[in-house]
Ligand binder design. Structure first.
Ligand SMILES: [Zn+2]
Length: 46
């Protein structure tokens, strides 16, 4: 079993615990809404 890292905005996720596909875009390093750098998590940790 292998897990791939995903990226998410902690502030967005705290509001709505839903993973947004836009966070996975390679050129996106921060959240458009909060201007926070995206966190990297392993799928298994969420
Ligand atoms: Zn955000």
């Amino acid at each position: 079993m292998k897990s791939r890292p995903i990226r998410l905005c902690g502030a967005c996720y705290a509001e709505v615990p839903y993973h947004r596909i836009e966070w996975q875009f390679k050129d996106k390093m921060k959240c458009d809404r909060h201007q926070l750098p995206l966190l990297t998590r392993k799928v298994a940790e969420i």
